[in-house]
Ligand binder design. Structure first.
Ligand code: PEP
Ligand code: MN
Length: 340
């Protein structure tokens, strides 16, 4: 249920609505826009929504109450029709800014991260990505450097000024990752780890939620609602490809799904063509397609020596290929009214 306050509503009106929500045991989420305040009520049972909406609609200062029957609301356009932007350190994602987040799949050494960070920054990336904790399909593959990897990322931020996006795989890692990162990444394999979503939503850092590769758009949006319900709307969605019958590419970049999600939510959405296609020579085309289709940003894997990468080398761009792509990204971004 969303309670839209009138333009001339007072603080006392807002407080009364919040008190009444509290009395009923409902949670609330207050959004103070430039023009008006909107209050999202959390927890009204579905069969009572219509009645409760009627009761709240007569409180002073209330313009209207919209009962929301969808299973996501805080992240929905019904709640906030205008696209939002999220600050990752000093980088803005969304709101007309195209943010390119680039870096290696895994943090492998201090030197590898720093070298990549410098290269992507010089080419125009807005943030550095890199996994210290890696969710690998095989337990015998390189699992990441863990907390040592986080230290290398922090050092690279100090040297380059680039904010850091890095993955958290479980609740135990959250404190350390949240301390180091400017944005926490929740990977495709963890999209429905509801404990992790809830904890991440309360950790004080923005969260990037990747779409599970077997998840529908609706499931993805509901997963993001868990983060929102835990207390933050600083959420970035990431379309990273879904599993289809096609084997010519690693996954299938679902730009139709991305567009459908964009219609439902005001949250910024970025695309990850690297994991989607899995083949470095195909990454630039899909990166450009994603920008043309309205992505608010890109997640691109870059490695100084893809032939020596400990993970995802086949899909990683060299710094030179990344710099070339950035030039093309700017052209397409401009053509579709975005600033790169
Ligand atoms: C990654 O970003 O390196 C990663 C593991 O991505 P995903 O969760 O999309 O597979
Ligand atoms: Mn990867």
């Amino acid at each position: 249920m969303i309670i839209v306050m009138r333009l001339d509503s007072t603080e006392a009106d807002i407080e009364l609505v919040v008190d009444r929500l509290d009395e009923r045991g409902y949670g609330h989420h207050l959004s103070r826009g430039e023009e008006r305040t909107i209050i999202g009520a959390i927890g009204a049972p579905d069969d009572e929504k219509e009645v409760v909406a009627g009761q709240f609609s007569v409180l002073p200062g209330v313009e209207r109450v919209v009962p929301i029957l969808k299973s996501y609301k805080l992240i929905s356009r019904e709640y906030n029709p205008r696209p939002s932007s999220v600050m990752v350190g000093n980088a803005r994602v969304g709101g007309g800014h195209l943010a390119v987040i680039a870096g290696p799949c895994s943090v492998e050494s201090a030197e590898q991260v720093l070298q990549t960070a410098r290269a992507v920054r010089d080419a125009g990336a807005a943030a550095l990505r890199g996994g210290a904790y890696k969710p690998r399909s095989s337990p015998y593959s390189f699992q990441g450097l863990g907390s040592e990897g986080l230290e290398y990322l922090v050092a690279a931020r100090e040297q380059t000024g680039l904010p850091i996006v890095t993955e958290v795989m479980n609740v135990r890692q959250l404190e350390g990752v949240a301390e180091a990162a400017d944005c926490i990444q929740i990977g495709a394999r963890n999209m429905q780890n509801y404990d992790l979503l809830t904890e991440a939503g309360g950790c004080g850092k923005p969260v990037m939620l990747k779409r599970g590769f077997s998840s529908t758009v609706e499931e993805w949006l509901k997963a993001s609602e868990y983060i929102a319900a835990a207390g933050t709307l600083d959420i970035i969605l990431c379309e990273r490809g879904i599993r289809t019958f096609e084997t010519a590419t690693r996954f299938t970049l679902d730009l139709g799904g991305m567009a459908a999600a964009r219609r439902e939510t005001f949250l910024p959405i970025v695309a990850d063509p690297s994991h989607a296609v899995g083949i470095s020579s195909l990454v630039p085309q899909m990166a450009l397609a994603a920008v043309a289709a309205g992505a608010d940003g890109l997640l691109i894997e870059v490695h100084p020596r893809p032939d020596q990468a400990l993970s995802d080398g086949p899909q990683s761009l060299t710094p030179a290929a990344f710099a070339e792509l950035m030039g093309q990204v700017r052209t397409v971004a401009e053509a579709v009214g975005r600033q790169a």
